[in-house]
Design a binder for this molecule. Sequence first.
Ligand code: UDP
Length: 380
Amino acid sequence: MKKVLFIDQSSGLGGAELCLLDIAQDYRETSAVGLFAEGDFCNALQQLGIPHHLLTDRPLKIHKDSGLWKSLASGLDIVKIATRIVQLSRDYDLVYANTQKAFVISAIAAAISRRPLVFHLHDILSTQHFSQTNLKVVITLANLFCGLVIANSEATKQAFIDAGGKPDRVHVVYNGFHADRYPEQPEIRAVLRDKLNINDQFVVGCFSRLSPWKGQHILIESLTQLPDNVTVLLVGEALYGEDDYVQQLHQQIAAAGLGNRVKFLGFRSDVPALMQACDVIAHTSTSAEPFGRVIVEAMLSHRPVIATAAGGAVELIRDRQTGWLVTPGEVAALTTAILEIQQLDHTSLSIVQSAYQTAIDRFSIITNNQKIGLLLSQLI
Ligand code: UDP
């Protein structure tokens, strides 16, 4: 088994970290994860018995979405972390960076320790999300030092190439999922709906960190046009300091008089059970989603899923065959799709069944981890 030093800068559990947990588990006998901070991600590694190293003893607060240089400079002990990665990496076959800031520091460290470097790219590298400087730094380092870039979708791969990344370095491997973690559970559905007091409601679930580009405000706007028996569950929290946005959402809900029809559940670790409580899952990102784990999770949960047609989401869903695709940011399109699904009995929907089969066929954790294993072997 290969000895991999995974590096991730996040303290919280975003999609990239949840993906890494599923990959690193396969390597836990030989490998470890290097972290910049303690927190939920660190706790999850501990629970799964995946070894980890804290790369700095200074408590760091890093906002994933803030500028690269700003966060690198903001008290971040770059030299110390890089030195630690250099030392640690000598005991491993390769360095595997899972996030952008981790990648920048790992690139320098791996060049010094002469270890092969992998970059698992979970972001669409475009100016919509990142500054020109940020993109230039990441692409230059990837082209200079990185033997393998794993993109989480074709959209992510194309953006990397469009930004100047070398096409021969980048391979697409979709996120993998344990299908058995998303069983149909009518009894859990009943208990949760009772607990949440949504028994008689048609429930739209939105499972995502709260962030402007994740588009929860679009769903709230849509709710103003939906019948009174529709309730929205917002599952997730602001992971990277978007507290202003959370406040805006509360104001929007209060102004529309929707206080009793929107429930904020915060960050939850029982997503599969909560999906059972929903009648439809809405993915509402207003700009291109690199992959969209929640979309596949909804497919595995036998729930109809609406996703915005941009980025990786269009690779996951075929419109009206395995789900519903709507134009990002368009309230009317989202409302129409929700109303359409409300008219159908979801358990008998052939779309839901096709979506489930597609998710099983294309997003198996075993197959997709094997693909990564093969790419790592070729690199070494
Ligand atoms: N998620 C979670 N608890 C929550 C909200 C979301 O575990 O309260 C998970 C969700 O199930 C998904 C991930 O967070 O697996 C989000 O990944 P996605 O690719 O959808 O978005 P990202 O956060 O990576 O932008």
